[in-house]
Structure formats: structure tokens, C-alpha cells
Design a protein around this ligand. Structure first.
Ligand SMILES: Cc1cc2nc3c(=O)[nH]c(=O)nc-3n(C[C@H](O)[C@H](O)[C@H](O)COP(=O)(O)OP(=O)(O)OC[C@H]3O[C@@H](n4cnc5c(N)ncnc54)[C@H](O)[C@@H]3O)c2cc1C
Length: 512
């Protein structure tokens, strides 16, 4: 019989579970029951404080007001990641901003930057030449002002947020506004149909929960996809070495201290430290490879970074396995969030993968059992490509480093670099990363991101073989001038980041 999808069960109440339930309920809640079951005994991972700009669309879609979100989640704006000491340990830094390089999609500005500017020692960096956003970050400016409407932008932005408060907001909004049914219970048994698909879940306190479609958001335990359906975990620790994070919450010394409008990522001897400015505190954490450094040394490195304040603050240790499931959808079950895999916090791609997975499922929801198989195939194709792309991009950051410690040297060992990335690095000796390098809609990171990291980290291309194709010199020069002027104008038009946050808390943005 071709069963019709009438009920979807989301298992797990972390950020992945609630985001997925909310997006599904918004689209299908009129005719399909969306139920979320979570355990009160198994805590959520509770970290994950950086998002992509895609979170603006997600929040808007599920009907959460931006002012409410910023106020309730202690959220701030994120415009970029700043990488400090990644090239060597002598305080060099570069930005990966969310705004694309000038002319992106129309013509490629990178070879002109190289030929017009890079010869001189005082030449601006690639990023400073092609976008005003790195200048804004350095000036501590917000990406808009209080007269803009909710979710409207002057400069592209995502958020920094308190993960615990965010999950609470998503939960109360999903239950009260989107009609998501909520069950608190432990799953004691997962039952399957003879064909292997999941039929129902037995719980300790809410009886048997049945559905036609199951979303596994059970975090690292991957209860449905991994444990029940037996989909293997593909270990990627031979490429990305980090496996432990030490996290600290550091209050501001003064409530008016400036808030960075970008994630600060500082390389260390066996990993890197994230530093994320929320409204009332910073989230600071050291993510490192336990094969390259002892826990004691790693703790000391984090404490040295934080300074005197660190003595009174607790450190939370989180261990993780780097990799992802062999496939993400099997039969009538799809894994979203940590249950599908985790690489490491660099470039904050985990919540973006949650958003894209949930959107795919909501937009392409199999309405009958017959549709399940083709959707499974499509989803697995798309997300296999996405995970591969994320791995390549994260690895790029390490491969470009000139640091000498064993951790960094091991990262440059070609046996640890995926063939796909090695091939692109070879091609980029003579041409800039372009749309041709990526299967566009399947890729998590586009050519713009690769250009920022590649040239920011000091990769020296030689575009001379392309000289006969460089016919946009005047246009490029104009773009460089426009960027420089735009950066000056932003300083006059936009408030400091904390000033805007205070205004939002007092009066909020105009509603869209
Ligand atoms: C150190 C670190 C830093 C990170 N930084 C970022 C970042 O900056 N940006 C970003 O995008 N992401 C980041 N992430 C990832 C991010 O934290 C996760 O993607 C996000 O929190 C989603 O987690 P989750 O909902 O999949 O899992 P969890 O938060 O672990 O939730 C799992 C849920 O499943 C439930 N559950 C489990 N087993 C059962 C059972 N048997 N019965 C009933 N319920 C069950 C639990 O109760 C819980 O509700 C980071 C992760 C780590 C480890």
C-alpha cells in the first residue's frame, strides 16, 4: 500500500531538532502532524554560538522577530571570521567576510588585485581591496542601524548567540505559534517494519509513538540512523585532526566593553581558539588535537589566552569524533545535526547544514511511501557533496599555514589532504577559484570564500599566463575605488556594534 505521510516524528530537542520541527511545521503543519520527542535526562550539547547569514532567512521563515531573537538569545551580529596567527605565529591576520568580493558573479577581480596592487609593500590585502566589510569589522561597526527593518542588511551578516537560550526560544515558538506537539520521554526501543524502515518508538513514559517519517536529531548518539539502521560512521580524523574542545564563558569586565562583530579565531600550537562576543559575555574555546597536545597544556593555553579572569572560571570539556555518516537518509529516516556528523567548529558550518537539511526535507517532503526512495537518493547525493565541500574548505585553512609545530606540519602532509583539494590548489596556481570549481548549489562554500581564505592566508598565484584575458582593468580599478569610499561612508552611517545592540534592547527594529 502506498502510505500517505500524516505524521512526522522529530527525535531530539537540541537546536537541530527544534529548527527542523519549526521549518516542517511552518510548511506542512496544516495537514501533517509534527511531533518532537526529547529526553529530559540526556542534555543537549549546548555549544554552537556562530551562525551563517542563512539564519536570517530561517528565522524570518518560521516567524521569529529579529528584535525578540536578539534580546532573548543575548545575540549579536557576525559579519566575518578573523584568522589570527594562522599564517605564522607572528600576529598576522586575515578576514573571511560574509559580503562577496566586488564584481563577484560578473567578472573576476582577483587577477587585477594581484597585478595592480600586490607588487607594492603598502598594498591593501585582497579582502580590504574588494569589500568594505573587513574595514567595518576593524572599526567595530554594526552591519546596519536601528532605522532599518528587521532582517534588512547594509552589510551581509549572521549571528553570535547563546545556544541554550536559542534552543529555548525555538522550543517555545514551535509549541505556541507553530503547533508542534511536544513529548518529553526516553526512547526505550526502536521498532522496524520487515523492510527495515522504522515503524514506531517505544518510550518510558509516553507509550508508543508512531509516524510515517522520522527525523533523527539525537546528537552524537545517532539513535535512529546510526544505532538502529546501522549506517556506518565515516571517520575523517585523518584529514581534520581536532577532537577535543575546552569551552569557557568569560564575562565582560565593563558592561560597555566593545563587542567584536566577527568571530576571532586564533591559531595555537595544536589547534585554534574561538572568541565570540555575545551581549553580556564572550564564549571562548580551544579546539585542539589530543594526539598532538596533552589536556593540561591545552588548558594552560586557553587560560593564557583569557588572562587573569580565567582563574575563577570553569572549563567545560567536549570530546567529539570527526566525520559523518556514510549516508544521511535511509528508508523513512533522515539524520539532521550532530546525528549526521560533525567536523569541527571552524567556519561554523554545523547549523548551516542543519538549516539546509531541514529546508530540503520541508521543501521536498515525501508525501507518499513511493516517493521515499527517490528522495533518499537525491538527499544523499546533495549532502555527500556538501560534506565533502566543507571538509575541503576547512582543510584549506590548515594547508596554507607556514607554522612549524608538528600539528601544523602534519596538516600539510599530502597524505592528509583530500585529492579534490590538492587538485584545486594546483589549478589555483594560475587562476582564481571560480564557479567552475564547484557544483554550485550543492556546495556549502563558494569561490568567494575560497578567494578570501586563499589570498588572505598568503597563497601567491601567478596569473601571468592569463594576462591576455585580463580586459577589465578599468572596471577593476573603479571597484577598488568604490570599495575604499564605501568603507569611509560606512564609518559615518553606521553605529558601533554595542550601541546598536543597546538600541535594539530598548526599542527594537521596525517590523517587516
Ligand atoms: C565544540 C563545539 C563547537 C561548536 N560550534 C558551533 C558553531 O559555532 N556554529 C555551529 O553552527 N555549530 C557549532 N557546533 C555544532 C552545534 O553545537 C550543533 O550542530 C547544534 O548544537 C545541534 O546539536 P543537535 O541538536 O544535533 O544535538 P544535541 O544538542 O546533542 O541534541 C540532542 C537531543 O537528542 C535528545 N536525545 C538523545 N538521545 C535520546 C533518546 N534516547 N531519547 C530521547 N531523546 C534523546 C537529547 O535529549 C537532546 O535533546 C559546535 C559543536 C561543538 C561540539
Amino acid at each position: 500500500m502506498n502510505t500517505i505521510t500524516k505524521r512526522i516524528l522529530v527525535v531530539g530537542g537540541g537546536t537541530a531538532g527544534w529548527l527542523t520541527a519549526a521549518l516542517l511545521a511552518k510548511k506542512h503543519g496544516q495537514s501533517i502532524e509534527i511531533c518532537l520527542v526529547e529526553s529530559s535526562d540526556i542534555p543537549t550539547v549546548g555549544v554552537g554560538e556562530g551562525t551563517w547569514p542563512s539564519m536570517r532567512t530561517t528565522l524570518q521563515k518560521i516567524g521569529i522577530s529579529e528584535s525578540e531573537f536578539i534580546t532573548q538569545c543575548s545575540a549579536t551580529f557576525k559579519q566575518a571570521s578573523k584568522f589570527v596567527d594562522w599564517i605564522s605565529s607572528s600576529s598576522e591576520e586575515y578576514f573571511h567576510p560574509f559580503t562577496q568580493p566586488a564584481g563577484y558573479g560578473k567578472f573576476d577581480i582577483a587577477p587585477y588585485w594581484e597585478s595592480l596592487l600586490s607588487g607594492s609593500s603598502s598594498a591593501p590585502t585582497f579582502c580590504d581591496s574588494v569589500t568594505f566589510q573587513s574595514h567595518m569589522c576593524k572599526m567595530g561597526l554594526a552591519p546596519k542601524n536601528i532605522t532599518h527593518k528587521e532582517y534588512e542588511t547594509v552589510a551581509n551578516y549572521g549571528y553570535h548567540l547563546d545556544a541554550g537560550k536559542f534552543a529555548q526560544l525555538l522550543k517555545s515558538h514551535s509549541i505556541s505559534k507553530l503547533n508542534v506537539k511536544h513529548v518529553v520521554a526516553n526512547i526505550t526501543q526502536v521498532n522496524q517494519h520487515p523492510d527495515g524502515s522504522i515503524s514506531n518508538l517505544e518510550t518510558d513514559s509516553s507509550g508508543i509513538l508512531s509516524a510515517e517519517f522520522f527525523i533523527d536529531c539525537t546528537g552524537f548518539s545517532s539513535l535512529l540512523l546510526g544505532q538502529t539502521l546501522g549506517v556506518p560512521f565515516i571517520d575523517k580524523s585523518d584529514i581534520l585532526f581536532n577532537d577535543t574542545a575546552l569551552a569557557m564563558q568569560v564575562p565582560y569586565l565593563d558592561e560597555n566593553d566593545p563587542i567584536a562583530c566577527h568571530t576571532i579565531s586564533t591559531a595555537q600550537s595544536a589547534g585554534w581558539i574561538w572568541d565570540i562576543g555575545l551581549q553580556h559575555r564572550r564564549g571562548v574555546g580551544y579546539v585542539f588535537s589530543s594526539k598532538h597536545q596533552s589536556l593540561e597544556d591545552a588548558q594552560q593555553i586557553l587560560k593564557n589566552y583569557v588572562g587573569a579572569q580565567a582563574e575563577d572560571l570553569p572549563i567545560r570539556k567536549i570530546e567529539f569524533k570527526t566525520g559523518h555518516r556514510e549516508c544521511f537518509w535511509r528508508h523513512n529516516c533522515v539524520a539532521v545535526g550532530l546525528s549526521s556528523g560533525f567536523l569541527e567548529p571552524l567556519e561554523a558550518s554545523a547549523l548551516m547544514l542543519v538549516e539546509t537539511s531541514a529546508n530540503f526535507i520541508a521543501d521536498q517532503l515525501p508525501l507518499t511511501k513511493a516517493e521515499m526512495k527517490p528522495m533518499e537518493k537525491r538527499f544523499n547525493q546533495v549532502f555527500t557533496a556538501k560534506w565533502r565541500g566543507v571538509i575541503d574548505f576547512l582543510k584549506l585553512h590548515y594547508v596554507l599555514s607556514e607554522r612549524q609545530e608538528p600539528y601544523w606540519q602534519d596538516n600539510k602532509d599530502t597524505t592528509s589532504i583530500p585529492d579534490s583539494l590538492q587538485e584545486m590548489l594546483m589549478l589555483w596556481q594560475h587562476r582564481a577559484p571560480s564557479e567552475y570549481d564547484f557544483l554550485q548549489s550543492y556546495e556549502a562554500f563558494n569561490a568567494a570564500s575560497y578567494q578570501y581564505v586563499l589570498y588572505g592566508a598568503g597563497f601567491k598565484p601567478d596569473f601571468s599566463l592569463l594576462a591576455h584575458t585580463l580586459t577589465h582593468g578599468d572596471r577593476a580599478k573603479k571597484q577598488f575605488d568604490v570599495t575604499a569610499k564605501a568603507a569611509q561612508q560606512m564609518a559615518l552611517r553606521l553605529p558601533k556594534h554595542r550601541e546598536l545592540i543597546n538600541q535594539i534592547k530598548q526599542q527594537g527594529f521596525a517590523k517587516l
